[in-house]
Design a protein around this ligand. Structure first.
Ligand SMILES: Cc1ncc(COP(=O)(O)O)c(C=O)c1O
Length: 445
C-alpha cells in the first residue's frame, strides 16, 4: 500500500546540495572559453601553469575579495591567494603540506558537520584524531573546544617530532586543525558572530591550530525581508582570515585559511577555487607535490573563470541570476515551512521569528523536529518511503570518527534534517514541504 502512494508521486530531492543545471552560466562559460581561444597566446593556456595559478587571476580574485568583504585590515593582495581545483582539493592540499599524522594532535570539526570533509582528513592520515565540536547559537562552542584542546595538549607526550620536516619541505606543521563553515553553514545554515570568530582565533593561536574555513557560500546572500533591495545586505560578514590579520599578535603563518570555490557560483564541474591565507603559507602551498609536478591543478578551468571575472560576467551572474533565484526560492520555502510545518511542531534552526533587517543565504536550512510527536529519523524515512521526498536526515551530519558525536547530537541535530533550495524550482520546493507535513502526520500516528 505504502509503495503504491509513493509510486504515483514524482520524486523530490531536497537533500542534494547542487545548483539546478539551468542556473549554470553556460553562455558565459562558452564566451569566456572562446575569448581564451581567440587570444594569440592561447597555447599558454594549454601548457602547465604556474604553481600558485595565473598571477592575473590571483590579482583579480584578490580585488574581488576586497570588494566583497571590504576587510578592515586593508585590501587583499595577490600574495595571499593561490588557485586550487576547488574547496575539497584545497583542503586536501592544505593537509598534505601543513599537517602531520605524528605531530598533529586533533582535527576539530563543527557538528553537525559537512560530512564529505571527513574522508579528506582520513586520507591525510589523521584518522583516529577527528573529533566533533558542538555548534551553538553563535557558531562552534568555544568553551567546549577550548577545554578539549587543553585536554589533548596536556595528555600528549610532546615533544613529538613531525615526520614532515622543515628540511624535507614542510616549513610549518600545525598541532591542530579546526574545520568550520562560519557563514551559511552546511548543514546548519548558521552564521558565526564576529565576536565568536575572534574567540576562535584566540584559541587557535594559543593551541597552534590552523582554522580552515570553507567560505564557499558567503557571497550568496540576501535580505530576509520581502521587497527589501539587495543593496541592503552590504559587504559579506568578515572572514576569519580578515579578522586574524587585523588582530594584534598575528604570526607570519597565521592561524586561519579561507577555502573558496567556484562550484557554487559558477558550476560544480568547473572544479576551480582558491585559498587565501598569510603570504608565507600561500607560498608554501605552491610546493605541494602534486602541484609541483605540473603546476596549478586547475590551470585551464581557472583561466576560463578568470575571463568571467574580468569581464564582469561572474558578478553579473551572481547578482542578477543566482541571488534573486535563490532568494525567491528561500522565501517560498520558508513561507511553506511556517504554514505547513510550524503547526506540527517543526522549527527552522536559528529562526528567531523576527526576520526584518536580517540576512539569509547559502544553499541550506536545518529543520528541528524536536517539537513533533514523531522522531526525526522516522519522519525522514516516512517522507522518502511514502511521499517520495528525500531530505538529509540529521544522522549523516555527525562526525563518524568520534563515538561521542552521536551521543552529543541526541538532543539537537539528530532530531532534524537539512533541506536545500538550490536544486529545485519554487513549486517543487513547496510541494516537497507539503509532503513532509503529510509524512509528519503519518509518522505521528
Ligand atoms: C562546505 C562545503 N565545502 C566544500 C564543498 C565542495 O566544494 P568543491 O566543489 O569546491 O570541492 C561543498 C559542496 O557542497 C560544501 O558545502
Amino acid at each position: 500500500m505504502i509503495a503504491k502512494i509513493s509510486e504515483t508521486l514524482e520524486p523530490i530531492n531536497l537533500q542534494g546540495g547542487w545548483p539546478t543545471p539551468r542556473l549554470h552560466p553556460t553562455k558565459e562559460i562558452e564566451a569566456a572559453s572562446s575569448a581564451l581561444f581567440r587570444q594569440k597566446d592561447v597555447q599558454q593556456s594549454l601548457r602547465y601553469g604556474p604553481e600558485l595559478g595565473s598571477s592575473n587571476f590571483r590579482g583579480a580574485i584578490a580585488d574581488w575579495l576586497t570588494e566583497s568583504y571590504a576587510p578592515k585590515a586593508g585590501s587583499v593582495v595577490s600574495e595571499r591567494v593561490a588557485i586550487t581545483n576547488g574547496a575539497s582539493n584545497g583542503l586536501a592540499c592544505v593537509l598534505q603540506k601543513f599537517s602531520d599524522p605524528c605531530y598533529t594532535q586533533g582535527v576539530w570539526m563543527v557538528e553537525p558537520t559537512y560530512f564529505l570533509a571527513c574522508p579528506i582528513f582520513r586520507d591525510a592520515g589523521l584518522g583516529g584524531k577527528i573529533f566533533g565540536v558542538p555548534e551553538g547559537k553563535d557558531g562552534i562552542d568555544l568553551e567546549y573546544l577550548g577545554n578539549r584542546l587543553r585536554e589533548v595538549d596536556e595528555n600528549t607526550l610532546l615533544p613529538m617530532e613531525p615526520r614532515k620536516t622543515v628540511e624535507g619541505g614542510y616549513p610549518k606543521i600545525y598541532r591542530h586543525i579546526v574545520y568550520i563553515i562560519p557563514t551559511f553553514s552546511n548543514p546548519s545554515g548558521g552564521t558565526m558572530s564576529v565576536e565568536s570568530r575572534k574567540g576562535l582565533i584566540e584559541l587557535a593561536r594559543k593551541h597552534d591550530a590552523l582554522v580552515v574555513s570553507d567560505d564557499v557560500y558567503d557571497v550568496l546572500r540576501w535580505p530576509t525581508l520581502e521587497g527589501e533591495t539587495l543593496e541592503k545586505v552590504g559587504t559579506c560578514t568578515p572572514r576569519l582570515v580578515d579578522i586574524d590579520r587585523n588582530l594584534e599578535g598575528f604570526s607570519a603563518w597565521g592561524n586561519t585559511l579561507s577555502n573558496g570555490s567556484f562550484s557554487k557560483i559558477v558550476a560544480p564541474g568547473i572544479r576551480a577555487g582558491w585559498v587565501e591565507a598569510m603570504p608565507a603559507l600561500i607560498s608554501a602551498m605552491g610546493t605541494v607535490g602534486a602541484t609541483v609536478s605540473g603546476g596549478c591543478q586547475a590551470h585551464f578551468a581557472s583561466l576560463v573563470v578568470e575571463k568571467m571575472l574580468s569581464s564582469g560576467a561572474l558578478s553579473s551572474h551572481i547578482q542578477k541570476t543566482l541571488i534573486p533565484t535563490y532568494r525567491t526560492r528561500w522565501l517560498s520555502m520558508t513561507k511553506a515551512i511556517r504554514k505547513h510545518l510550524y503547526p506540527l511542531g517543526v522549527r527552522i534552526v536559528g529562526d528567531e521569528g523576527e526576520t526584518v533587517g536580517k540576512i539569509a543565504g547559502g544553499f541550506f536550512l536545518y529543520l528541528s523536529f524536536k517539537g513533533c510527536s514523531a522522531s526525526g529519523p522516522t519522519i525522514a524515512k516516512t517522507a522518502l518511503e511514502k511521499y517520495n521526498v528525500k531530505i538529509a536526515p540529521g544522522g549523516i551530519f555527525s562526525v563518524p570518527d568520534d563515538p561521542e558525536s552521536k551521543i552529543r547530537g541526541e538532543d539537537t541535530y539528530l532530531h532534524g534534517a537539512r533541506l536545500c533550495w538550490a536544486w529545485n524550482e519554487e513549486v517543487v520546493l513547496v510541494d516537497g514541504i507539503e509532503r513532509i507535513a503529510k509524512a509528519i502526520l503519518d509518522a505521528s500516528k
